[in-house]
Design a protein around this ligand. Structure first.
Ligand SMILES: Nc1ncnc2c1ncn2[C@@H]1O[C@H](COP(=O)(O)OP(=O)(O)OP(=O)(O)O)[C@@H](O)[C@H]1O
Length: 330
């Protein structure tokens, strides 16, 4: 049974598109990344999957439970760890009181170990904590009941590099223990380091689902070559060569195969040759060429469920699971 099965999931806020026709599967034990710029629909997708927002159409199952059925969704959430993008924690409560509340809902087998691992001072009022320390509170809450499925929305925002490493190690450990993970991020490096596959969200739609390995190979190779001969630019202006620079050395991004590259260099006396993976950013940008992602509107808003248009994207108040769709924790 897949950890997440998402079938043509669509969510409009009134006439504003959140996500449209999003389908993907997160296999058991997989780390799946949602990648996309601000407003691409990552948070909307996660909150609709969790049952905090009612889908406009489509469906989903989490750990075999129907995400659109309130009772089933609640049952699934007992085995899910959710880290909201904006935890909206009650500033007046201490971290301890907040975690006690969360523990009563779902359990807290790993709480002590996580608090120690992230160096969290539970006695402090949440309102007095730095952004990074609030994120630690939310992280402990998401992981402490040893969930089978983790839904993590921009999990490392606010964490310093050391804590980001600690977080990555924690995710890897949980996956070894059998958990599945859906993680959203606009930080490519984070997704590349942690995920098996990545779904690229663009203007509410899933533009592609690829393995991180394929995404890397799509980015091509960066080639730098120094040859004995005088080089004319035209010699390298061939299909497959991009970002060409000709000087003492010739450098370009190569998106073709190795044989074609060898053919290209044939006839030159090569003094020096360096071939490295192109940065992942280049592959990522191919999904966004020429377009600035922004909010979409649908032509016909009549079918939309109208009550959520003014709701915030993330939970508000004391409980990260508090729904912004239907006015109560389902
Ligand atoms: N409560 C809401 N009411 C109206 N529109 C909303 C609401 N929440 C999100 N949207 C819109 O839905 C679209 C997707 O937003 P969403 O927050 O899901 O994107 P995101 O990829 O998570 O962005 P970010 O990285 O900034 O959190 C955006 O156009 C956004 O303006």
């Amino acid at each position: 049974m897949p950890a997440i099965e998402c079938r043509s999931l669509t969510k409009y806020y009134g006439d504003v598109r959140g996500i449209e026709d999003v389908s993907f599967t997160v296999e058991d034990g997989e780390v799946f990344g949602f990648l996309g710029p601000n407003g691409a629909g990552k948070t909307t997708a996660i909150r609709t999957l969790l049952g905090f927002l009612s889908p406009t159409s489509g469906g989903a199952a989490l750990l075999g439970h129907d995400a659109t059925d309130p009772g089933e969704s609640r049952a699934a959430r007992e085995r899910i760890g959710y880290l909201p993008g904006d935890p909206g924690l009650d500033e007046d409560r201490t971290a301890e009181a907040f975690l006690d509340h969360q523990a009563a809902l779902r359990g807290s087998g790993s709480r002590e170990a996580l608090v120690a691992r992230f160096g969290l001072d539970e006695s402090r009022r949440i309102g007095d904590l730095s952004r990074g320390n609030r994120q630690k509170v939310a992280l402990v809450a998401a992981f402490m009941h040893d969930p089978d499925l983790l839904l993590l929305d921009e999990p490392t925002s606010g964490l310093d590099p050391l804590l980001q490493e600690e977080f990555a190690a924690l995710v890897r450990e949980r996956v070894v223990d059998g958990a599945s993970v859906l993680l959203s991020s606009h930080v490519l490096g984070e997704v590349a380091a942690l995920c098996d596959r990545v779904g690229v969200l663009r203007e509410g739609r899933l533009a592609a689902v690829e393995s991180v390995e394929d995404l890397r190979s799509r980015g091509g190779k960066q080639v730098r070559v120094r040859v004995a001969e005088d080089v004319s630019r035209g010699a390298f202006e061939v299909r497959g060569a991009m970002n060409l620079r000709v000087g003492d050395t010739v450098s370009f991004t190569w998106t073709g195969g190795y044989d074609a590259l060898i053919d290209l260099l044939d006839g030159f006396t090569v003094h020096d040759l360096e071939i490295v993976d192109a940065p992942l950013e280049e592959a990522f940008m191919t999904f966004y060429d020429g377009d600035v992602p922004g909010p979409g509107r649908r032509d016909d808003a009549r079918g939309a469920r109208g009550t959520e248009a003014s709701a915030p994207a993330s939970g508000t108040g004391t409980d990260p699971e508090k729904t912004d769709a239907d006015g109560g924790d389902r």
